[in-house]
Design a protein around this ligand. Structure first.
Ligand code: PLP
Length: 459
């Protein structure tokens, strides 16, 4: 493609994206296609000759859009959000345009140094402990996902424990994200080396149960290796008692990883910083700007208080990657902080988002979502047909119909068949629960009101 054609087509593609974001509120949030429908519209084999770019754009409308769940719709209240913004999209475009691969400092110094620097900004913005900044033994790195961060934390913890693999034990609450279980499997531990700690009435980890499980394991000669505390669980946004957990983990030399994938973004606002109480005792922490900070997927910020165990666990230096800068020890080589070797220039989009909105702009956005979620919770509380199924802490509302699971299922079905909104479910104490998370970039009060009308109308 010539430079002139690239300009023309790229401008058309950007126009297409801008139009998409302008009209996404009017598209049905949930696709209605059946399995195989999209493939049936695609040619069996690749085109033999290059095609006109205009035809490709036309196919986006005809083939791709009908098969999308519109995560950027203001009516998207499902799972946790994966929100986005124009500056982030531009950052992604620039990253693709530059096409650098930042595995080593020397393979693009700006890629590494911008990442370290922006993560230091982020640590300050989220009021994280100073140990997570890159000017000491610790520092931050961008991972693709919180799942990778948890795996890296486990690999570092496994390395630091230095004990026989079969003796290692890992602890998280029974409400921790499934990525903990997956990390345990990938790290070569048996499923029964993961201890699921009981939760309290608010679905947060019981610290005393953690202490009891650790004591039991120590008595049996096992090595408590990793504790994962969640600041905002996936089902209910429950917050584990971090300080108590941290003290227990520290007393027994276990690595403490804090998973704040979704909810950590709230600590941009001083009024939500109680979430971080005890974080100075943690070994690692992660938050996903790709969930709630207007940075499009993928961008997980993973911080360690001391990088030694992580980089020792993950560093392998073949001859063909050796270079003077790495040998000097004066630079960060992020390939040693993650599973793959290669890495994209993700810091660009985080940088653009922070520079465009500023801290205050991002705070406004978080407060707006939290206010809207609390407004929805207020309507639930005031209506005798419904009950809140979990405390509403930030921007997630868990509710059910008082008549039981069938009635709650009807609410879910009605909302999701409307085309105007999308919610997902969980189960709490065996009972079906509708989860509504307010976090899409375009969501305004009218969209939350419409969601409530749909729920109330189906009761
Ligand atoms: N941790 C928590 C608390 C989550 O809610 C999620 C996803 O929703 C994850 C981890 C996994 O996130 P990722 O998709 O970035 O791996």
């Amino acid at each position: 493609m010539t430079s002139a054609a690239f300009r023309r087509h790229a401008h058309a593609a950007v126009d297409w994206v801008a139009d998409y974001l302008d009209r996404v509120a009017d598209l049905p949030v949930v696709p209605t296609v059946a399995p195989g429908d999209i493939r049936a519209m695609l040619p069996v084999s690749a085109p033999r000759h290059g095609e006109d770019f205009t035809d490709v754009l036309a196919d986006l409308d005809q083939v791709i859009v009908p098969g999308l769940m519109h995560w950027q719709s203001p009516g998207f209240f499902g799972y946790f959000p994966s929100n986005s913004s124009a500056p982030s999209i531009i950052g992604e475009l620039l990253s693709a345009g530059l096409g650098v691969q930042g595995m080593l400092w020397s393979t693009s110094p700006a890629c590494t140094e911008l990442e370290s620097h922006v993560l230091d900004w982020l640590a300050e913005m989220l009021d994280l402990p100073a140990a997570f900044r890159s000017d000491g033994p610790g520092g931050g790195v961008i991972q693709d996902s919180a799942s990778s961060a948890t795996l890296c934390a486990l690999l570092a913890a496994r390395h630091r424990a230095g004990a026989d693999l079969g003796s290692l034990t890992v602890y998280s609450s029974s409400h921790a994200h499934s990525s903990v279980e997956k990390a345990v499997r990938i790290a070569g531990l048996a499923p029964d080396q993961l201890r699921q700690v009981e939760v309290d009435d608010a679905f947060a980890m019981r610290a005393e149960s953690l202490a009891a499980l650790i004591a039991e394991d120590l008595a049996a000669g096992r090595t408590p290796t990793l504790v994962v505390a969640a600041l905002g669980t996936t089902s209910t946004q429950a917050v584990d008692p971090l300080r108590k957990i941290a003290e227990i983990a520290r007393a027994h030399g276990a690595w403490l990883h804090v998973d704040a994938a979704m909810s950590g973004t709230a600590t941009l606002c001083p009024e939500f910083r109680d979430l971080n109480d005890g974080l100075e005792l943690a070994d690692s922490y992660c938050v996903n700007p790709h969930k709630w900070m207007l940075v499009n997927f993928d961008c997980d910020a993973f911080f360690v208080a001391d990088r030694t165990a992580l980089t020792t666990a993950l560093s392998v230096v073949p001859e063909y990657l050796r270079n003077a800068a790495s040998d000097s020890g004066a630079v960060i080589d992020y390939r040693d902080w993650q599973i793959p070797l290669g890495r994209r220039f993700r810091a660009l989009k985080l940088w653009l988002v922070i520079r465009h909105y500023g801290v205050e702009g991002l705070q406004r956005h978080i407060r707006h979502h939290v206010d809207l979620a609390h407004e929805l919770a207020g309507w639930v509380r005031a209506d005798a047909r419904f009950e809140l199924a979990a405390p509403v802490r930030l921007n997630l509302v868990c509710l059910r119909h008082v008549d039981g699971d069938d009635a709650t299922q009807r609410l879910l079905d009605a909302v999701n068949a409307s085309g105007e909104a999308f919610v997902t479910h969980t189960r709490l104490d065996g009972r079906l629960v509708l989860r509504a998370c307010v976090g899409a970039t375009q969501t305004q009060a009218a969209h939350v009101r419409r969601l409530w009308d749909l729920i109330a109308g189906a009761a």
